[in-house]
Ligand binder design. Sequence first.
Ligand code: ADP
Ligand code: MG
Length: 696
Amino acid sequence: MNSLRHKDIKYVKGIGPARAELLSKQLDIRTAYDLLHHFPTNYLDRTTIYAIRDIASEEAAIQLRGRFVGFSIAGEGAKTRLIGVFTDGTGSIEVVWFNAIKHIRQTVHVGEEYVLFGKPNLFNGHWSMTHPEIDTVQKAFEHQGMRGVYPLTETLRNRRISSRNIYEWICGVLDSQPVFKETLPAKVVDSYKLMPLDQAIRQVHRPSSPALLQQARERLKFEELFMIQVDMLMRSRRRKGNSVGFRFARVGNFFNRFYNECLPFPLTDAQKRVVREIRTDVNTGHQMNRLIQGDVGSGKTLVALMALLLAIDNGFQACLMAPTEILATQHFETISKLVAPIGINVKLLTGSTRTKARREIHEQLADGSLHILIGTHAVLEDPVKFANLGLAVIDEQHRFGVAQRARLWAKNTTPPHVLVMTATPIPRTLAMTVYGDLDVSVIDQLPPGRKPVTTLLRFDEQRQQVLHGIGQQLREGRQAYIVYPLIDENDKLELRSLTEGYEDICETFRSYRVAFVHGRQKPAEKDHQMQLFASGEAQILVATTVIEVGVNVLNATTMVIENAERFGLSQLHQLRGRVGRGADRSFCILMSKRKLARDTRARLELMTQTTDGFVIAEADMKMRGPGDIEGTMQSGIPFELHIANLAADGQIIQLARNAAEVLLNDDPSLSLPENKAFAIALSNSIKRSADWSKIS
Ligand code: ADP
Ligand code: MG
């Protein structure tokens, strides 16, 4: 199999240079190896021959075996068609051709036995088939079984490359190889009873039965996931084993003074535990790479801050990065306020930082007088040079891929400690893959006094009742959010419904002040509006999702989400996390139209049933399947997946993880002869994907 990585597809029978270039551009298929790893997404089933009498549906392509009893031409000009009557002794069917008529007349003969393969159509009570594949019985026998159907692009279709072409090219490669040597270690194949590579790669393209196909797919998925796990584990073992990291041995003045004098409330036990885990990590002499998972509102910021202080106590600088400007700004404000009494120099760097301020930041970073830099991706920009970066905290990790983390490492000769925080809890098996090289801490406790948010699903005709409920909360001195989906800030229609919503609310609640925030406002205006709400001068905030990561207003007890059906589960969960932060009972009202697709309804109903972020994340993945989440998650891993699905293959991920641990316990550097083929396959896969060399 390894040698096929060097075989250019232009030499595969039937492809040639022009098509090779197309395949490379359109599907990223360059070598015979890539071609074999372009897996079918579906199968045509040629395992059975149907009797014409038994044809019952138009759904699937089927095979018929019989003879033509005659041909005739019908229609004229462009509508000319050839009709053949085909019979198998149980009934007869019309077979229709609109083109290639001459060719069919010459090659298909009355009285000879053929196997047809195509989709039946029912018209006026009669079954027919248009342009079926026609094989002699002998040929059909060769095609027996199931056959892969391959994903294509529009361009490929326009250039007349069909799934059948791809199938045939793949068959060409399969037939030219007497055997594909096993790449997985024999012990792994044995203990997990995996189908051998040779059989799996053939079965996945040309299955001889659904059961064997299933085994083939499992084996190939296992292989991909196993490679990821081995790679992740090797990396984390290498890091812990020999990579040098800064030692933060001291708990000094900053940490202690903050803890004793500035802490606004006692830490929760979960926060304390995670701070302890971090302290242990940064004192081992190896680089820390830790992920903190904690639901919205679990108090990650404070934990991050304690870690930042630890770095400063040990004479280092530290940075905190967030994915959006609003979030970075909020962190900056929270943290500067918290540390003001202990005299720490904190600065904010984002895309909109002015040149002069930027220059000052660069200078203070270089001369060491800046302690904490908070910012967006701007922090990764090249001119930013730290005198001695000891710790980098990354908030909302899933938007920061492994590659971006690698750029941070490059800012030092000794890699800084890294702490990543995510508010989107992800299922354990997924964390194992995407964050497989990280140690994981979980803040599994919310600060005391929080009451679960009561979540209700309400339809448009119940709006009056909802408004009444909001009014009641307002009269009790509470505040409310009303959120509109604005997926595209430039969409005029969406903007109009937002503006109308705002005007309606102003009209309904005339005696209250309504703040209004959306992404198209100037930053100063946005800040001003946010400030109105945060200070309590405005009692209602009408907003788009810009508030998702933005504000923290304890007095807000109602969150109304308009067109809730347009949001994903995780997003709804994040939004809901904006209320229920104080000690009062809070409400989240999901507004939607009454007519909903079944799964949309299920999604909204789940929100009314649970507030557990992990349950929601798990459900979100199942419902959205290999869509969005997988896309973002894939950016976190060093391989391309061809067949495995991070969202759906949790069980296999777990097996692969176990197998990887056993393998590396026996052979930490994969140098035993029996693991050699696997070591080569692994390093080839990594090389193909990108330059990940900086990560360790
Ligand atoms: P997240 O984990 O979502 O980033 P934050 O760090 O923003 O959460 O904290 C959410 C809210 O909880 C903030 O208002 C914060 O001040 C408050 N908070 C954090 N830790 C505690 C605690 N131990 N006790 C009470 N409130 C806390
Ligand atoms: Mg946060």
